[in-house]
Write a protein that binds this ligand. Structure first.
Ligand SMILES: [Zn+2]
Length: 333
C-alpha cells in the first residue's frame, strides 16, 4: 500500500471547493506517455494551475501501471524543479469499471478515482459506486461517480432526454453513494467525432459544422438540486479546427471532426462544473505536429525531432485551455 500523500499528490476535495467558489474549473488531462506528461506539468507549473493527471484503464495497459505511478511521482518533483513550490497535482483513474481496478489504483498511490457505473441499472450503479467510495474514503481518496450516459465515438449520439442525467435522481444518488463529485451527461461526448453532420448546422461563412448546444437547462436543474456539489464534464475536447486542418494537410484524413465550442465550456467552468476532461485535443495536437515533421522532413528518424515539436504544441494547447477556457491559472500558487 502506497499513500498518495507520500508521493506529494493531493486529492480533489479542497481543489473542487475552491473552484466552485471561484467560478473556474480544474483541467483533467489524460496522459499515456512522457511527452504528454512533460507538457501537462510544464503548462500547469508555468500558469500555476491545479491539475488532474488522468489515467484510463487503456493507458495503464499501454504504459504499465507501475511505471505510470512513478511517472506521476516524478511529475511532482519535476513541477518543483520548475519553480512550483507546492504543486497541486491529482493522480486520477479515468473510467474505472470495477471495484478491483479502483482498489488497485488506490493501493498504488492514486489520489482520486472514477467509478463509472453509468451503463448499469440505477441501483447497481449506486451499489458499485458506494463500495468504491467506502473503500477510497478510508484512505482519503476522492471518488467521482457518473449518472447519465455519454455517447462514445461509435455510439449513436442522440440529444434525447433519456441520455441526459435526470436531475430528479442526483440527490438520492449522491447521498447513497457518498461520491465526492458527479460526472453528468448534458450533451458532451467522447472522441473527435462528437456529433454526426446531420445533428449539426453548417456555418454559411466557413462551411464548417456547428454542433448542437449543451443542455444548460439540465445542468441548472442539477445545480438546483445539489447546491455547491462538484460537477464533472467528460468528453469536453473542442477539436480545434487548426489541428484538424494540419492533420488533413499533411496526409491525414479526419473529415467532419467536431467538438464542443470553447465558449460553452467557458460558461460551464463558471458554474458548479469544476472538472473538465480534455483528451482528444492533445491527441490531435500530437498527431498534427508529428505529421508536419514527417511531411516536411521525410529523412528525419530521430523520435526526439518529431516528439519534441508534438510536446511543444501540446504544451501550448494546455496553456490555452487553462488560461482562456477553464480560468484555473494562478489558482495554485
Ligand atoms: Zn470520459
Amino acid at each position: 500500500m502506497v499513500s498518495y500523500k507520500e508521493l506529494g499528490l493531493v486529492n480533489t476535495r479542497e481543489m473542487f471547493a475552491k473552484a466552485i467558489k471561484g467560478g473556474y474549473a480544474i483541467p483533467a488531462f489524460n496522459f499515456n506517455n512522457m511527452e504528454q506528461l512533460q507538457a501537462i506539468i510544464k503548462a500547469a507549473a508555468e500558469t500555476k494551475s491545479p491539475v488532474i493527471l488522468q489515467v484510463s484503464k487503456g493507458a495503464r495497459a499501454y504504459a504499465n501501471p507501475t511505471l505510470l505511478r512513478y511517472m506521476a511521482q516524478g511529475a511532482v518533483a519535476y513541477a518543483k524543479e520548475l519553480g512550483w513550490e507546492k504543486p497541486e497535482i491529482v493522480l486520477h483513474l479515468d473510467h474505472g469499471d470495477s471495484f478491483e481496478l479502483c482498489k488497485d489504483c488506490i493501493d498504488l498511490g492514486f489520489s482520486s478515482v472514477m467509478i463509472d457505473g453509468s451503463a448499469l441499472p440505477y441501483e447497481e450503479n449506486i451499489a458499485l459506486s458506494k463500495k468504491v467510495a467506502d473503500y477510497a474514503h478510508q484512505y482519503d481518496v476522492t471518488v467521482e461517480a457518473e449518472l447519465g450516459v455519454l455517447a462514445g465515438v461509435e455510439d449513436e449520439v442522440q440529444a434525447e432526454e433519456s441520455h441526459y442525467t435526470r436531475p430528479e435522481e442526483v440527490i438520492d444518488f449522491s447521498k447513497r453513494t457518498g461520491c465526492d463529485s458527479l460526472a453528468i451527461s448534458i450533451g458532451t461526448s467522447h472522441g473527435a467525432y462528437k456529433f454526426k453532420p446531420e445533428q449539426c448546422t453548417r456555418d454559411p461563412k466557413t462551411g464548417r459544422l456547428v454542433p448542437p448546444p449543451l443542455a444548460f437547462d439540465v445542468l441548472d436543474a442539477i445545480m438546483e438540486k445539489l447546491p455547491g456539489f462538484p460537477i464533472v464534464l467528460h468528453g469536453s475536447s473542442s477539436v480545434p479546427q487548426e489541428y484538424v486542418d494540419m492533420i488533413n494537410q499533411y496526409g491525414g484524413k479526419l473529415p467532419d471532426a467536431v467538438g464542443i465550442p470553447e465558449e460553452q465550456l467557458r460558461k460551464a467552468a463558471k458554474s458548479a462544473v469544476c472538472k473538465i476532461n480534455i483528451d482528444s485535443d492533445s491527441r490531435l495536437a500530437f498527431t498534427a505536429a508529428v505529421r508536419k515533421v514527417f511531411a516536411e522532413k521525410p529523412g528525419e528518424f530521430d523520435p526526439r525531432k518529431y516528439c519534441g515539436p508534438a510536446r511543444d504544441l501540446m504544451e501550448q494547447l494546455y496553456k490555452h485551455k487553462i488560461i482562456n477556457v477553464l480560468g484555473s491559472d494562478g489558482k495554485a500558487c
